[in-house]
Ligand binder design. Structure first.
Ligand code: KMH
Ligand code: ZN
Length: 302
């Protein structure tokens, strides 16, 4: 089996500061946790920015630029900037920082979908910031818009124009067919890297059978032209990414996807989750890829 690539998604735009004191939100916290995650074995860092005062997801170029140069200096891990941003941002907002930073890799979400976050809100008794509760409760009506026109625009503006390659976020089987459509249009070139996403309310559920099915259909649509990775939300994170590792796939962990390290126990850092999955995959006999190996595997511009 090929070496395994560990991606760490450091902060995201779903969890809020009231859910965990360990969620990094300031540039210092994001930098420190991302560097430690890379040190622990993450070859790819998937990055969002936050407003440093409120912890609110931010599309601000300055909020990204407050940590990106420090990461570039401090690690050779691949910096992967989200183009998904947050479902409440417009596509122009989502693209502002990636267009400025010109990363070698960015995410690309392969379909429009519901993106409900509200179940988490019911568990919080004390809110740290005013924006958090309405943000979570309004997600009852939240549409994460990624139309074919949006996808084509990201492929053109980040891929063709700036040489980025992609983490194709597929939250359902239908998204694999959307990706195939763009391969057929000549806008996506092999080798490509598909992130199977499980457990977002609005996407495919976190059942092991669904991972087998996603892989079955991806094999049929893409043959040897692709590699897959798995992320799963919340408590499904470790079981499903472990299954991916056993199947020859790659893994993504990080506080964007789950705040926990074990049942009822908050992760103290992103690095703690990276170290845990590293132990598991090494026990399974997989060797962890370095950033240089990740670049070769993903065909990055470097
Ligand atoms: N938050 C994840 C479910 C993105 O940043 O483009 C997927 C994600 C999207 O990481
Ligand atoms: Zn993300």
């Amino acid at each position: 089996m090929s070496k395994i690539l560990i991606t760490c998604a450091v902060t995201g735009s779903i969890h809020t500061p009231s859910m965990s004191p360990h969620l990094p939100v300031t540039p210092d916290e994001i930098t420190e946790q991302a560097l430690a995650a890379a040190e622990a074995g993450a070859a790819v860092l998937h990055l969002h920015a936050r407003n440093p005062r409120t912890g609110q997801p931010s599309a601000g170029v300055d909020d990204f630029m407050a940590f990106l140069p420090r990461l570039k200096q401090g690690t050779d891990a691949v910096l992967n900037i989200s183009t998904g941003g947050s479902a409440v941002m417009t596509l122009d907002q989502r693209l502002a920082a990636p267009k400025r930073a010109e990363p070698e890799m960015c995410s690309l979400n392969m379909g429009t979908m519901n993106f409900a976050l509200y179940p988490a809100a019911d568990r919080i008794t004390e809110w740290k910031h005013d924006w958090e509760e309405p943000f979570l409760r309004n997600s009852d009506d939240l549409v994460f818009k990624n139309t074919p026109r949006d996808i084509a625009r990201i492929l053109t503006e980040m891929g063709e124009d700036r040489g980025a390659r992609f983490e194709f976020e597929c939250y359902d089987v239908s998204h694999l067919y959307m990706l195939r459509h763009f391969v057929d249009r000549g806008l996506v070139k092999a080798p490509f890297f598909i992130q199977f996403v499980f457990g977002v309310l609005g996407g495919i559920g976190p059942d092991p059978e669904n991972l087998s099915h996603m892989k079955l259909i991806a094999d049929k649509l893409f043959g040897a032209d692709y590699a897959f990775s798995v992320l799963a939300a919340g408590r499904h994170q470790i079981p499903l990414v472990t299954m991916s590792a056993a199947m020859g796939g790659h893994v993504r962990v990080g506080l964007e996807d789950s705040l926990m390290i074990a049942r009822g126990e908050l992760a103290r850092s992103n690095a703690q989750q990276v170290a845990k999955i590293r132990r598991i995959v090494e026990e399974l006999g997989r060797e962890v890829a370095t950033p240089a190996e990740a670049r070769a595997m993903l065909g990055l511009k470097g």
